[in-house]
Design a protein around this ligand. Structure first.
Ligand SMILES: *Cc1c(COP(=O)(O)O)cnc(C)c1O
Length: 424
């Protein structure tokens, strides 16, 4: 389709968009009495208007029933997880039994590494992307140390080729093959937070398995953003946060996936608590742990129901819109964003788009590095009603999400960016 850099054109795309009205189901910050353009769903997703009611139900049940709230009320707390997992299957590409909602992302990364990073004297290396999100790097380093290895030796980072920003699948596979006798775990993000690049999870998993290693993914920027098929891809485990694209609130309860074949692997180590104990025995208070037959066997503690309620309300909006529909709209938004960015980036190139244009290699986030006065350019966005994100030294990230962003917002953003760049 030949796009146009025109307000009326963008508005016409919105009028044809059957998901456009979903933006009214979210609160958005305002600036000078006007709804701001919020391109930060990759950082903290907006609040669904239903979240408050869903949380209030829990508070009310607590008020009415006290501890009996675990068994009484509309959504008894005891089985509240069961309301969440069915809503996640499509988004994660997993079966219900492979999903558990618990803790927070970095905590889950550590817990899963306890299971899937069990190094031996000869097989102890972790292969990951260079410039992984800092929290992940700290997790890798401290896990390696926990097992008595030296991070400089045990952590193999795959770098982009000289002069480029993206890491090729070939280089990842080559690193795995080079270390095929010593690699214990291959752990990448699904989407790199900085470049917006999607990693080929299926191919990476295959290569890891061929080398005799586990493959896991941090899906912080992938969950709710791109199509995932963790089960079919044979991924061993994954974890993600729910406050980015999944709109479940600041510090939301996080998610984890453990492939079915690993759940039933009796040799896999796991840190355990009473909530992972089979529900039929959980309250018998015996000293023997009988694992739940699902990924919930990794859960340790009484779930925070208030957080689960906010999460549930957010997932229900996804279900109402249909994840498949959202992915289609997401790609349409991104294509228009690429078009307008390329349009304003000529005749003189003022910035470079880092994120791959190919829809298979990106989600909705687009990162671009600004050649001149980058910070000054960025600092003019928010006063003009645009929430975007800054990464040192000169990168601006914008993420138009299909649930609450529009084609018109993309046009307005590009028009403003053009003015700012011309003045800078
Ligand atoms: C956002 C993000 C985190 C944050 O971890 P928390 O434990 O939720 O604070 C970690 N890793 C990646 C890749 C992220 O994008």
């Amino acid at each position: 389709m030949q796009h146009k850099f025109l307000l009326e054109y963008a508005q016409a795309l919105d009028s044809k968009d059957t998901l456009h009205h979903f933006r009214e189901q979210f609160y958005a910050p305002e600036l000078k009495g006007k709804r701001a353009i919020y391109f930060l769903g990759n950082s903290l997703g907006l609040q669904p208007k239903t979240a408050r009611d869903e949380v209030m139900i829990i508070l009310q049940d607590w008020a009415n029933f006290g501890v009996e709230g675990f068994f009484l009320g509309n959504n008894p707390w005891l089985n509240y997880q069961n309301k969440i997992t069915p809503l996640l299957c499509d988004i994660i590409g997993a079966t219900e039994e492979e999903l558990v909602t618990m803790n927070h992302l970095t905590v889950n990364l550590h817990l899963l590494m306890i299971s899937f990073y069990q190094p031996t004297a000869t097989r102890y290396k972790i292969i990951c992307e260079a410039k992984a999100f800092p929290s992940d790097q700290y997790a890798f380093q401290s896990q390696v140390k926990l097992h008595g290895f030296d991070a400089a030796d045990a952590i193999i980072e795959v770098h982009p080729k000289e002069g480029t920003e993206l890491i090729t699948t070939e280089d990842i596979i080559a690193a795995i093959e080079e270390n095929k006798d010593s690699v214990a775990l291959v752990l990448f993000s699904g989407i790199n937070y900085y470049t917006g690049q999607v990693f080929d999870m299926q191919t990476i998993t295959k290569a890891a398995h061929k080398a005799g290693a586990y493959a896991g993914f941090d899906l912080a920027h992938a969950a709710g953003n791109i199509k995932l098929q963790l089960h079919d891809w044979q991924v061993d485990f994954a974890c993600w946060c729910n406050y980015k694209y999944l709109n479940s609130g600041p510090g939301a309860i996080a998610g984890a996936f453990i492939h079915k074949r690993n759940i039933s692997d009796k040799n896999l180590l796991r840190l355990e608590g009473w909530w992972g104990n089979d529900a039929n025995n959980r309250f018998k208070m015996q000293n023997t742990f009988t694992a739940t037959a699902t990924a919930e066997s990794w859960a340790m503690s009484t779930p925070p129901i208030i957080l689960l309620a906010a999460h549930k309300s957010a997932l229900e909006v996804f279900a109402a819109a249909g994840f498949h529909n959202l992915l289609q709209k997401s790609n349409a938004l991104s294509e228009y964003l690429f078009f307008v960015l390329n349009h304003i980036n000529q005749p003189v190139e003022k910035f470079k788009i880092i994120t791959p244009a190919n829809p298979d290699e990106r989600g909705c986030q687009v990162s671009f590095s600004v050649h001149k006065n980058a910070k000054i350019v960025f600092d003019q966005l928010l006063p003009n009603g645009i929430f975007a994100d800054w990464r040192e030294p000169n990168v601006i990230r914008v993420a138009p999400v299909p649930l609450y962003n529009s084609f018109e917002e993309i046009f307005i953003f590009a028009q403003l960016l053009q003015q700012i760049l011309n003045a800078a």
